[in-house]
Design a protein around this ligand. Structure first.
Ligand SMILES: [Zn+2]
Ligand SMILES: [Zn+2]
Ligand SMILES: [Zn+2]
Ligand SMILES: [Zn+2]
Ligand SMILES: [Zn+2]
Length: 329
């Protein structure tokens, strides 16, 4: 008898589970995903066919430059006559379509030029473990401060120089008046950012009363020690009203932006040099982002940009532009 009850009970429970489950049937979700994947696949195939057709066409006829009309080698990346880009490159690491001049893939965040040292720009045969020029391991350097693995000469996370060349570059930059002004201004802005304003009028009154009391006590102490008219130095208070503090922050921010604009990195022949130069300029303290001249994209640093050789500049990272950073670590 007990067994029958148990059986019925078990059936009810099983039915219940099955009905509740059907509302979130995994296959139902799966169908949608598969549809999407099928769509992707069809598009992929079409694209592949297009590429194949184009490739066959190119092999037969060579590639005519859309800029100047010169017929180039079937597999030329750039026009031999005017330098115009003829086709996209492919990331050897993730297969994404990338700019043929890029040395870094912004999709998978990998350094991709096996024949150029990512630390100093020296030419490599491709398989060396250490660069013959700068001696750095080609597999990357781990930052001693934050433990991040880096492909480039500065830590992309905390900004410290990781190679001798990078340290020399920072020391050289420190001699420039603009760089000194930049670090000072960044430090001052950072201090203002850390400061708390007076929360209310009552705070101000309380502060003033405390100051008066302090002056009175010091006066009495001095008179006790036989000084008839002691001069009590005023206490330097740093606290400001919310508005005053904001005004000061805005002023410093504007000055910092001005200096950063002035120090914008121009186009340089080597992406390695451009990256190092930009990283060496970065003042510590204030949070900054890097805006490149290539896509005018915002990077957390030039280490995340595929074409830093076109130049760019640091900008202050605030509440309103924080979400614009495209790359990650
Ligand atoms: Zn051309
Ligand atoms: Zn990639
Ligand atoms: Zn090197
Ligand atoms: Zn670091
Ligand atoms: Zn970029």
């Amino acid at each position: 008898m007990n067994n029958i009850f148990f059986y019925i009970f078990a059936r009810i429970i099983t039915n219940f589970i099955m009905t509740t489950d059907s509302t979130i049937r995994p296959e139902a979700v799966g169908d949608g995903v598969q549809d999407l994947q099928r769509g992707e696949l069809v598009r992929e195939n079409n694209r592949d066919e297009n590429i194949e057709y184009r490739q066959a066409h190119h092999q037969a006829h060579g590639v005519a430059c859309p800029q100047c009309g010169t017929v180039n080698d079937p597999d030329a990346m750039f026009c031999a006559s005017c330098g115009h880009q003829l086709r996209m490159g492919t990331c050897p690491n993730c297969g994404s379509e990338i700019d043929p001049e890029a040395d870094f893939c912004e999709v998978c965040h990998h350094y991709i030029k096996k024949d150029i040292c990512s630390f100093c720009g020296a030419h490599m045969s491709g398989n060396e473990v250490y660069c013959h020029e700068c001696g750095n391991p080609r597999g990357g350097l781990v930052c001693p401060i934050c433990n991040t693995l880096n492909d480039f000469a500065f830590c992309k996370q905390c900004g410290v120089p990781l190679t001798d060349e990078a340290r020399v570059l920072v020391e050289d930059l420190k001699k420039l008046p603009d760089y000194q002004l930049l670090s000072e201004t960044a430090k001052e802005l950072e201090e203002l950012n850390m400061q708390l304003p007076y929360a209310s009028e009552r705070d101000v009154v309380r502060d003033q009363m405390n100051d008066k009391l302090r002056e009175r006590v010091l006066m009495l102490l001095a008179q006790d020690q036989g000084v008839p008219n002691p001069v009590i130095p005023k206490k330097q208070t740093k606290r400001l009203s919310k508005e005053e503090l904001q005004k000061k922050k805005d002023e410093k921010g504007r000055l910092l932006t001005e200096i950063l604009d002035r120090m914008a990195v121009p186009a340089l022949p080597s992406p390695i040099k451009a990256r190092n130069y930009a990283m060496a300029q970065k003042p510590s303290g204030v949070r900054l982002a890097w805006v490149c001249n290539w896509k005018h994209a915002m990077h957390s640093s030039p280490c995340g940009c595929a074409k830093p050789q076109l130049g760019g500049k640091w900008v202050i990272l605030g509440k309103n532009n924080k979400n614009e950073i495209k790359d990650d670590k």
